[in-house]
Design a protein around this ligand. Structure first.
Ligand code: PMP
Length: 357
């Protein structure tokens, strides 16, 4: 099989060995002579998967006691609403940092429930930076932000200071670097970047945050219900949880989040250095806010795009076209993308400079 350098923005590259284990379990799981797809979610073998997956999240992210870990459905897009309905009081208010399309969607869902205050936004700058100065209203029930802006390629380098509960959509950078979970009251993330395949959504929730809204929350949206039922209120997405477990085992075996953070830093340094050096390319976000996960850039001369596209495609590079709303290029460098794939892209950029510079 030809090696493809997979820069997909999500769903995205997963380690080959994880894909192999995952494929084997479709035929014969745990030597049961049954597929993981055809056993009960209440079976001993699957409960073990769920328990392992939760334990791995707790261990890899150093989750303190007093927090629950859940594997639910609906993607981060339902997380926008779930996070709000579980924390915004009946006559309360949510505070939001608007750093991109995903933040804006979170704001839109929260507005269905009550009052929303957008305390800072980089929309007028085409979301090319992270707002630095803002005041967190003491009367809001929570502050919500998006740690990594997948489309634009910006990332918070520090956790926003907040005197009120802090909620974070960490869909595109969870498990990519060390975090201090104790600073957060809720973290949620779609699985399909650094955790596993699409189909499950991770929630890490401080237990004492819940049960204070005075709302009648539908069971499927009620985090307390899911905590009581240990993510088994209804049939969980068994296969995405299983593959996530395998992927987290891969991360742990290789050295955990600290190890991958080092590699992710190397990958980002390599590509950003080339973007800054090569006169044919230019980065599109503020340098201090650059994402280590999604690297966005453009050609300085748009008319060369056909030739550049042909060059990276010929080098078996896949998925670097920018998001339809941002244009240009976006190289997504999630955990499983090896350093050699970044080197392959840098080599293409350097060869392109020689022939087109
Ligand atoms: N938030 C962020 C930061 C994302 O990158 C995405 C998807 N790429 C979403 C939310 C939406 O996630 P989902 O498709 O799982 O609903």
């Amino acid at each position: 099989m030809t090696k493809v350098h997979n820069y997909s923005a999500g769903p995205c590259i997963l380690p080959q060995e994880v894909l192999k284990q995952a494929s084997e379990a479709v035929i014969n799981f745990n030597n049961l002579n049954l597929s993981i797809l055809e056993i009960s979610h209440r079976s001993k073998d699957f409960i073990e998967v769920m328990d392992n997956a939760i334990a791995l999240v707790k261990e890899l992210l150093n989750v303190p006691s007093g927090y629950s870990v859940l594997f639910l459905q609906g993607g981060a897009s339902l997380g926008f609403y779930i996070s709000a309905i579980n924390v915004m009081k009946k006559d309360g208010k949510g505070a939001y940092l608007d750093t991109g399309v995903w933040s804006a969607k979170a704001i839109k869902e929260a507005k269905r429930l009550g009052s929303v205050e957008v305390i800072a936004s980089s929309k007028d700058k085409n979301y090319n930076s992270i707002p630095k100065s803002f005041e967190v209203p003491g009367d809001a029930d929570y502050l919500h932000y998006t740690s990594n802006n997948t489309i634009y390629g910006t990332q918070f380098k520090t956790v926003p200071q907040s005197s009120i509960p802090l909620i974070c959509d960490m869909s595109s950078d969870i498990f990519s670097k060390e975090i201090d979970v104790s600073k957060y009251d809720m973290i949620y993330a779609g699985a399909q970047k650094n955790m596993g395949p699409a189909g499950t959504t991770l929630y890490i929730v401080k237990d004492e945050l819940l049960g204070k809204t005075g709302r009648d929350i539908p069971s499927m949206l009620d985090l307390q219900v899911h905590i009581e039922k240990e993510s088994m209120f209804n049939t969980p997405p068994v296969y995405p949880i299983y593959v996530s477990m395998l992927n987290l085992q891969w991360l742990k075996k290789n050295g955990g989040v600290k190890w991958i953070e080092g590699i992710n830093n190397q990958k980002a340094e390599l590509l950003y250095a080339e973007i800054d050096r090569n006169p044919l390319f230019k980065g599109i976000v503020e340098k201090e806010d650059r994402s280590n996960m999604n690297v966005t850039f453009v050609l300085t001369d748009e008319s060369k795009s056909e030739a550049f596209d042909a060059a990276w495609k010929a080098a078996n590079i896949s998925g670097i076209k920018g998001h339809r709303s941002a244009g240009g290029y976006r190289a997504s460098m999630y955990n499983a993308l090896p350093l050699e794939s970044v080197q392959a892209l840098v080599d293409v950029m350097q060869a392109f400079e020689k022939t087109n510079g």
